[in-house]
Design a protein around this ligand. Sequence first.
Ligand code: FAD
Length: 286
Amino acid sequence: MKIRDLFEEKTVFSFEVFPPKKTSSVDVIYKTLDELKDLKPDFISVTFGAGGSSNNQFACDVASKIKENGITPMIHLPSINYTKEEISVTLDEIKRRGIENILALRGDKSPDIEPKNDFPHASDLITYIKAHGDFDIAGACYPECHPDADTIIDDIMNLKKKVDAGATHLISQLFFDNDSFYDFREKTVLAGIDVPIEAGIMPVVNKSQIERMVTTCGASLPRKFVRIMQKYENNPEALRDAGIAYAINQIVDLIASGVDGIHLYTMNNAYVARKISEAVSGIINA
Ligand code: FAD
């Protein structure tokens, strides 16, 4: 199943998971996938390491397991630290496993790895994948601007290059302020970007996530979000419930505003994904 076709039928609701570390067993994520399967998402995407210590064999195994479970998988593919030959081997493996959907990414630059020069931008990877097989290709987008871009206008003009290269839909970076997404969406329309854009939603349900959000994520934190996090940061259950409620609120507003799809960063937490799915299932395609 090619994911691009889904957008013609409905508001897409998808999940993202990450593969286990090299040292851990795949059994834990397989159990999570069994639980996520029951929630019937339109697809599940699997993150993929940009190089170094990551275990990308597990990413392919997890994508295959999603397919075995009867759900459409999408595999992420960051390219900055790989040569054309290495990406070609990975594409052959993806094809061999019958996986049709790829999120084509540049990947983050790492101070410890000298980047290879074959794919300076995701658009270069998209062109390469298109020549390599019949894949449906998505790209990433940044409602609050990618940190390497000087302005949001530059970033959106670069995003247009990704779409012109062949990305059939886009998945957004997480955000907590829906207005930033609506402003971005308007700018993409003005730039002539006419492919569906899924909104990336991250439920913040524990303290370590809050710390990461504040220090590294770059998303603006609305006052009501900060108030909730401050109030409940030392009460794990209340924080979890408040984080779920905040995400549900965001999703309801996005659906009411005609969003093309919701991509839930599950952080491999099936409980949280279930609570959110149950809360929005009646309205997502009402
Ligand atoms: P690009 O589209 O190449 O953009 C990067 C920068 O280059 C931007 O500033 C852009 O404006 C500029 N640019 C783009 N094209 C051009 C051009 N043709 N000419 C000049 N400038 C250009 N990382 C992982 O390692 N693994 C993952 O699994 C993963 N999953 C992700 C999933 C989502 C939904 C998102 C939003 C991000 C994910 N990332 C992942 C992170 C991503 O790899 C980083 O954000 C990375 O820094 C940028 O990747 P990109 O594909 O958006 O890059």
